[in-house]
Write a protein that binds this ligand. Structure first.
Ligand SMILES: [Zn+2]
Length: 457
């Protein structure tokens, strides 16, 4: 059965267009698009509609520990002290908990206006480090969560082998992540198996970082990506850049670009600390920089060199990573505000005369679709009908037309201006709320009560 939509006003690839009719096929793809059309009686009628954006970087379980590492320790707190809390927290998580948290995260993403998630999942094994009976159990749970919430998902099972450059053995805290290339191959195969239960899914691979995967490891596992995306954390922390330089004589982005076939299939997550040649060559590679501004701020990572990277033609998308907040508008706002604060200028990341909101939104939609390998981010024939309807009656959007809608939403708003969300033509958010929020949040609450029962700061 196909569904038809009438959009009073939609952001199409060539701009804002009134009275758009879409025909959506049974697989959720837009099969026909006409403009200047009146609604027909059976059409699903929507108001102001944007294309759905992919959230390209998520570690779902970290949402449940948001706010638990905001107490200063005895020394200087950093990414590494946050990571200690994270390791302690994940020791409490079993597959049921992972599924409950992932579903909650996906509900929050949908309500924020994200329609796809790239789930970079590294919590593979049981608490003692032995594999589950099904080594792909955790991938299965993420798929089950997506079946419940309706979000499109790109599974990125993580390859994690070492605790540092020079192949330092993994630590006790990392025992739930660790695989050799053979075990990893089984994991990816199981992830593909479970993914078959979902309508809107891709599978890629994710060497965790150059700390956790050597260049030779990456070469060994690369064929497992098949046509899917390849994601890696890189150059997030100064200490990591220095350790890489000590071990290899090179900075991490340089080391990767010179030794792997980095191209459009790749997503380099963070890439915060780059020298001029790395910025230039990463941009030229066609890979996406996976930016997570709220997490990068929360963890004290540093500021991505957005001005130079965009000037070199670099592509980027947005991820909410640790999920300290899940808010599409706030991520893009912080990306721009970081530049404003350091440069003491305004409207830094757009060209003269161009709406900053529109410019950032378009780029993040394109980059997110590319990095997740999903046919999303555009309202066009052949793309999935991922539609985000804004509430034009909300005070933040009152009286706004054209690109000023995006400027007002992204710079003055948040998830509260998202009225409805369709993924592949299926309604997943109505009146601002996920259609399964109640059930998912009840289960999440029960799960968290157990996890937090004897948690000490
Ligand atoms: Zn991450």
């Amino acid at each position: 059965m196909s569904t038809d939509f009438h959009l009073a006003c939609a952001l199409l690839p060539d701009g804002w267009t009134d009275n758009v009719r879409l025909c959506v096929g049974p697989d959720g793809t837009i099969t026909a698009l006409a403009t200047r059309e009146d609604p027909r009686p059976d059409d699903t009628r929507l108001g102001t509609v944007l294309p759905g954006m992919a959230n390209l970087h998520s570690h779902a379980f970290q949402r449940a520990m948001a706010g638990l590492s905001e107490r200063r320790g005895p020394g200087t707190d950093s990414f590494w002290s946050w990571r200690d809390v994270m390791y302690r927290f994940l020791d409490r998580l079993d597959p049921d908990a992972v599924e409950a948290i992932a579903a909650m995260v996906q509900v929050e993403m949908l309500e924020a206006g994200f329609t796809t998630v790239g789930e970079f999942h590294y919590l593979h094994h049981t608490p003692d480090g032995s594999p589950h009976d099904d080594p792909g159990e955790m991938a299965a749970r993420i798929c089950t969560a997506a079946e419940t919430t309706g979000i499109a998902v790109t599974l990125l099972p993580v390859f994690y082998r070492w605790s540092g450059f020079n192949m330092a053995p993994a630590t006790l805290g990392q025992r739930r992540f660790v695989c050799d290339p053979d075990q990893y191959s089984t994991l990816v195969e199981r992830a593909r198996h479970h993914a078959r239960s979902l309508p809107h899914v891709r599978v890629g691979i994710a060497p965790h970082s150059l700390r956790a995967a050597s260049i030779d490891d990456i070469t060994a596992i690369l064929p497992l990506a098949e046509e899917g995306p390849v994601h890696i954390h890189i150059a997030e922390q100064i200490a990591e850049v220095e350790a890489c330089r000590d071990a290899t004589g090179h900075r991490p982005v340089r080391w990767l670009l010179d030794r792997q076939p980095v191209d459009e299939r790749w997503c380099l997550v963070h890439a915060t600390h780059m020298a001029a040649d790395e910025i230039r060559d990463l941009a030229a590679s066609g890979a996406v920089a996976g930016l997570c501004p709220l997490t990068e701020a929360s963890l004290g990572d540093g500021l991505f060199p957005a001005v130079d990277f965009l000037a070199a033609g670099g592509r980027f998308g947005i991820g909410s990573d640790s999920h300290i907040r899940i808010d599409l508008a706030e991520e893009l706002r912080l990306l721009e505000y970081g530049q404003r604060l350091t440069r003491r200028e305004r409207n830094v990341l757009s060209a003269p005369g161009v709406s900053t909101g529109r410019h950032l939104f378009d780029a993040a939609c394109e980059g997110g679709a590319q990095a997740t390998g999903q046919p999303t981010g555009r309202i066009a024939v052949g793309h999935r009908a991922d539609l985000v309807e804004l509430d034009e009656r909300h005070p933040v959007l009152t009286g706004r037309t054209g690109d000023s809608r995006l400027d007002s939403w992204l710079f003055a708003g948040d998830g509260r201006q998202v009225r409805s969300v369709h993924v592949g033509g299926m309604a997943r958010v109505m009146d601002g709320q996920s259609t399964c929020r109640e059930m998912v949040s009840r289960r999440y609450e029960k799960t968290l009560q157990t996890i937090m029962a004897d948690w000490t700061a």
